[in-house]
Design a protein around this ligand. Structure first.
Ligand SMILES: Cc1cc2nc3c(=O)[nH]c(=O)nc-3n(C[C@H](O)[C@H](O)[C@H](O)COP(=O)(O)OP(=O)(O)OC[C@H]3O[C@@H](n4cnc5c(N)ncnc54)[C@H](O)[C@@H]3O)c2cc1C
Ligand code: SF4
Length: 502
């Protein structure tokens, strides 16, 4: 059999994906390549390799059991794997879904020139919109998430009345969904779906990849690695945990690493479940009486933020983004040094144990710390890549560089996510068990976040003054009479963050 080769990349694990369209078992062969270079080159969270390679191997097995002829091979690089496959099997053509990164696209173009047969690139797997579509949808309008999200709801007819108005009377219930954590020990959400702790393939993979450059102590996979597992995780989330997601989606707690989050980013990013399916399933819960604020809050993440970020990845180059001229290293506490900062400790426990922190920890603890310290954006990006199991370039670039570090100078977000310890105090129970005082910017036990917040505003005052949304913060800065002390304290805090003595 020559026929077509359907080349499936590691984040395109959907047997109903565009590359499969029009092909039948027996007439097409599936190619999957495990690239040694991709697996070994960079430090990853230990559980990321377990999740991604495990998902690929399970997918190949699933296809075989379903009657497909699968060539699942290991090779030094992706390109070497594809070329060796082509030499061995001599396909008439190669079909592949659009990759999720610019480097992936460049590789496919190079291969298309090197191969003697046509290479057809189809729509991507795992997204509702195509690369470039964000621009088409918004035209000359200033790209803002709220506008994009409304258009997505209308386009999908999701939670929209017959007259085009939003179900529940408003497009966003964000104002109702920013509750601080309860006074209790933890949120009390029903447990999330988890795979069997002794899953044999996970155990094998942990042993196979031992010794590679890695972060985290591993040993706990918290995300689905097959479509069936993803369905189970989604079902558990919607039936048991979604209700609590809404009000507490921005809260953080010392003793609750999962809160009410969905743990679906991994399977979504691997193509194991589609964003449309996830959003539809959540919307169906309205019929069972699920509060609209919770459903809308979640749907906005999946078809709003996720697709918006995907669109932004393709809108500009990110590699060199550094509008604030940030040059500092990644804080030592994120690289293994112990820290007394409770909020950072709790987030780092999540990285260590399972390669997972939730959104507000990523944005307002890890991200804000690096923004205000002035960490060089690409180093921050590399750190995020090494820390989390769901790391993918397309999602990290806009989130880390655009949203958290303001390295695009405000193209994507209208203002930087700078914040003092007061924000973390309001939205978590961390500060109560922290030796630092979130109200203090200088002096004994001053909170590093608070010192760095004022110093950040002070350092970037000129640029921020052009932004009307920063005027209140800058007026508050002007009212401070201790800015000279803050500058000195910020120098000390910066040095202590670098050396890990904080
Ligand atoms: C600095 C920073 C780094 C991030 N790095 C990653 C990353 O490497 N991989 C990744 O998938 N997400 C990343 N995110 C987005 C978001 O934090 C994670 O998707 C989310 O925490 C994953 O956990 P969950 O599935 O339990 O999400 P939930 O809180 O339950 O949210 C549900 C789903 O909404 C989607 N979502 C929500 N917010 C975003 C967003 N801003 N961008 C994209 N999707 C979103 C995700 O698919 C997520 O699974 C990052 C955000 C920030 C601020
Ligand atoms: S006091 Fe400051 S460092 Fe400590 S937990 Fe609160 S915000 Fe974090």
């Amino acid at each position: 059999m020559a026929g077509t080769t359907i080349w499936v990349l590691g984040d395109q694990l959907d047997p109903a994906g565009p590359a499969f369209d029009g092909h039948r078992r027996g007439e097409a062969r599936i190619l999957m390549v495990e690239s040694d270079h991709a697996i070994r080159r960079l430090p990853f969270n230990r559980e990321r390799r377990v999740l991604v390679i495990g998902a690929m191997r399970r997918f190949a097995e699933h296809l075989r059991a379903d009657g497909w002829d699968v060539d699942h091979r290991t090779a030094a690089t992706l390109a070497a794997g594809v070329l060796a496959h082509a030499q061995e099997h001599e396909p008439d053509r190669v079909v592949v879904a659009h990759p999720t990164s610019r480097s992936g696209l460049a590789l496919i173009r190079r291969l298309a020139r090197a191969l003697p047969v046509p290479v057809e690139v189809r729509d991507p797997v795992g997204f509702i919109t195509r690369p470039g579509e964000l621009g088409e949808m918004l035209g000359t309008r200033q790209p803002r998430m709220a506008t994009f999200y409304r258009e997505m709801r209308l386009r999908l007819g999701l939670m929209v009345e017959a007259d085009g108005s939003p179900v529940g009377g408003q497009w966003s219930f964000d104002q109702e969904n920013r509750k601080p954590p309860p006074k209790s020990h933890d949120l009390g959400a029903p447990p999330l779906w988890l795979p069997a702790a002794d899953d044999p393939l996970d155990v094998t993979l942990r042993a196979e990849f031992a010794g590679l450059p890695e972060t985290g102590a591993g040993g706990e996979r918290v995300m689905a690695a097959t479509s069936a597992e993803a369905e189970a995780a989604l079902d558990r989330f919607v039936t048991a945990r979604l209700e609590g997601f809404g009000p507490h989606q921005d809260a953080m707690m010392n003793d609750d690493w999962a809160m009410s989050h969905a743990f679906l980013s991994g399977p979504l990013n691997l193509g194991l479940i589609s964003p449309r399916r996830v959003a539809d399933r959540a919307a169906e819960a309205l019929d069972d009486g699920m509060p609209i604020a919770s459903v809308e809050g979640f749907v906005r993440q999946v078809i709003g933020w996720r697709e918006y970020v995907w669109g932004w990845y393709w809108r500009r180059p990110w590699r060199t983004a550094n509008e604030l001229g940030a040059e500092a290293p990644v804080p030592a506490a994120l690289l293994g040094a112990p820290t007394r900062m409770r909020c950072v400790q709790v987030a780092m426990n999540g990285v260590e144990a399972r390669g997972y922190t939730h959104h507000i920890q990523r944005l307002m603890v890890l991200g804000t710390l690096m923004l205000q310290r002035g960490t060089e954006p690409w180093r921050a990006m590399q750190w995020f890549r090494s820390a989390h199991v769901d790391a993918s370039t397309w999602v990290m670039a806009p989130n880390v560089l655009g949203m958290a570090l303001f390295a695009d100078g405000g193209q994507m977000m209208s203002k930087p996510y700078a914040a003092s310890g007061a924000y973390i105090k309001r939205m978590s129970n961390h500060c109560r068990s922290c030796p630092y005082n979130p109200a203090k910017a200088t002096g004994e036990n001053a909170c590093p976040f608070t010192t760095l917040y004022w110093s950040f505003l002070d350092r970037h005052r000129e640029r921020l003054a052009r932004n009307p949304r920063m005027s209140l913060s800058l007026r508050n800065l002007d009212r401070r009479d201790d800015i000279a002390e803050i500058r000195l304290e910020a120098e000390v805090v910066g040095a202590r963050l670098d050396t890990g003595d904080i």
